[in-house]
Ligand binder design. Structure first.
Ligand SMILES: [Zn+2]
Ligand SMILES: [Zn+2]
Length: 148
């Protein structure tokens, strides 16, 4: 029995010594961990990364076309006036954006000048043709009055 007690005590004392060593170890490591450098770095790197590629590319081409002559390079001048306006031109007249006059496109396609920018150039419904002509004539007369 006493042998066992001695062995147990020895084992306990060893374990205590090991605990004491183990407890001493974490103490010096804690101040080393205190430096919070890793979280700061990603924030710094994120900021410059997106700004640098954006600045040179989009800003310079955007500013140039806006102040310059916007209408002349994009759209060629309209061609001959068409006898009958298309649906798109009448719609634009009804929206107050134009007099409703329909011109041939400068490229010579089947679409009119206004629709050549990408809209489909649809004919007016036959019932609406008479009213569309009156509308266009009235709007053109109004424009002439305003100009004179
Ligand atoms: Zn048209
Ligand atoms: Zn059209």
């Amino acid at each position: 029995m006493p042998r066992l007690n001695k062995a147990k005590r020895a084992a306990r004392s060893r374990a205590a010594a090991l605990r004491g060593r183990a407890a001493r170890k974490p103490a010096p490591t804690t101040p080393r961990r205190a430096a919070p450098t890793p979280p700061r770095r990603p924030a710094r790197t994120r900021k410059p990364a997106p700004t640098t590629p954006h600045r040179p590319a989009p800003t310079t081409p955007r500013r140039r076309p806006l102040p310059g002559p916007a209408s002349t390079p994009r759209r060629p001048p309209p061609g001959a006036l068409r006898v009958q306006s298309c649906l798109g031109c009448i719609k634009s007249a009804l929206a107050g954006r134009s007099s409703g006059e329909c011109h041939d496109s400068a490229t010579g396609g089947s679409r009119c000048w206004r629709c050549s920018s990408g809209h489909s150039c649809l004919p007016l419904p036959p019932v609406a043709v008479v009213y569309a002509r009156r509308l266009v004539a009235a709007l053109v007369a109004e424009d002439e009055r305003a100009a004179s």
